[in-house]
Design a protein around this ligand. Structure first.
Ligand code: DAV
Length: 370
């Protein structure tokens, strides 16, 4: 076995070692404030919870295994998490919830910055212990790589005060939600620092973090203090009624080029930082589907949740033909991956992975700071 090195500074340098999630034992968790705010009002998931149907889990794992093999075939080392018993409740001195979630998607939990892997606070009660699924791997990396920093953000208390009560309804309506999210009134309060790792984009010395349902301003401030040598930017995307995780909204492809979801545009004043550093922000292609697959939390915009293998090669879900076509026209080599039947477990190609090693170092892609 090759020697383990943890190193990844951005979303595009050549990928050599990655974690791919598993659908095993994945549960639809019982209602809780932050999760309810994300489930669309017309979703087939409203009001049901418990272990996901075994045939869907088996199909999800078949595709995730296939994806892992495809990456291995391209010379990328792939590791997998170790599921815990997700039927068990989460009990802390502050809350109780009847079941957990799963070990998909790893991107939500683990934030790799350089030689560090940071376990995010998370913002759903059902995901409080999810980091345990990655501990066997992190323990191993820690033994094998003497420079690896294994860090964990302060575990949040997630009391009722961590969530705005206005969101405790499934009859808010999309118009109201759009008004609230445009005003940056999200389900999480500023009671304590909260972030999910999938709200963070790594662009070398700059980290771009989505302020939304799963990450609050204190969480973003915590990330800045934790990475003092980075520049951390809070961004938000009006137009998204359920803003969680940045990776179906804003997708870097290589230095200087980002896709933005055309329904969730980065506000003009926040674009200036990119423009004055010669970054181009282009609208992502339309999704190929009109609705998400059954029992899926995510929107159809998982189309743009691509995994960049290197600045010339991008993995795209194979049914997302418009996204593939756009990338092809932009000059990328497109690797098709069959993963749509695993979307329900929490996301697409970027979500289902977490970086361990990409070549390259920390570079400054935003030299113009005036
Ligand atoms: O568009 O539903 C999904 C992001 C999952 N990590 C969306 C966001």
């Amino acid at each position: 076995m090759e020697k383990t090195i943890v190193n990844s500074w951005n979303e595009w340098d050549p990928l050599k070692h990655v974690i791919v999630g598993l659908a095993t034992d994945c549960h639809i968790p019982p209602p809780e404030p932050a999760l309810d705010a994300k489930v669309p009002e017309d979703s087939d998931m409203r009001g049901i919870w418990g272990k996901r149907p075994q045939e869907m889990i088996d199909r999800g794992n078949e595709l995730l295994d296939q994806f892992a093999e495809q990456l291995t075939g391209l010379g990328i080392r792939v590791d997998r998490p170790t599921p815990i018993d997700f039927s068990k409740p989460v009990i802390t001195p502050d809350f109780y919830t009847e079941s957990q979630f799963g070990c998909m998607p790893p991107r939500d939990v683990l934030l790799t910055v350089g030689n560090e892997i940071l376990e995010a606070t998370m913002s759903y009660r059902c995901r409080w212990f999810e980091y345990l699924c990655y501990r066997p791997l992190l323990k191993k990396y820690w033994v094998e790589d003497p420079n690896f920093r294994h860090e964990a953000a302060p575990k949040p208390r997630l009391t009722d005060d961590a969530y705005h009560k206005d969101y405790l309804s499934d009859k808010i309506g999309v118009d109201k939600r759009l008004e609230w999210t445009a005003k940056k009134f999200f389900v999480t309060t500023e009671q304590e620092p909260l972030f999910d790792a999938a709200d963070v984009l790594r662009l070398g010395k700059d980290l771009v973090v989505q302020h939304g349902f799963t990450t609050n301003l204190k969480g973003i401030e915590w990330i800045q203090r934790h990475f003092p040598n980075h520049r951390v930017h809070a961004v938000n995307f009006p137009g998204d009624p359920y803003p969680i995780h940045i990776d179906a909204t804003f997708t870097p492809l290589k230095p200087g080029l980002l896709l933005n979801n055309p329904q969730r545009k980065l506000p003009e004043e926040q674009r200036q930082y990119f423009y004055k550093n010669d970054w181009e922000i282009i609208d992502a292609a339309q999704p190929a589907h009109n609705s998400p697959p059954p029992l899926c939390y995510s929107s159809t915009w998982l189309s743009m949740n691509v995994l960049v293998l290197n600045p010339k090669t991008v993995c795209v879900e194979k049914t997302e033909v418009y996204q593939a076509d756009q990338l092809d026209k932009l000059g990328f080599e497109v690797v098709e991956v069959d993963l749509r039947d695993a979307y329900a477990f929490g996301g697409g190609l970027h979500c289902s992975t977490a970086d361990v090693y990409r070549e390259g170092r920390c570079e400054d892609y935003f030299p113009n700071q005036n």
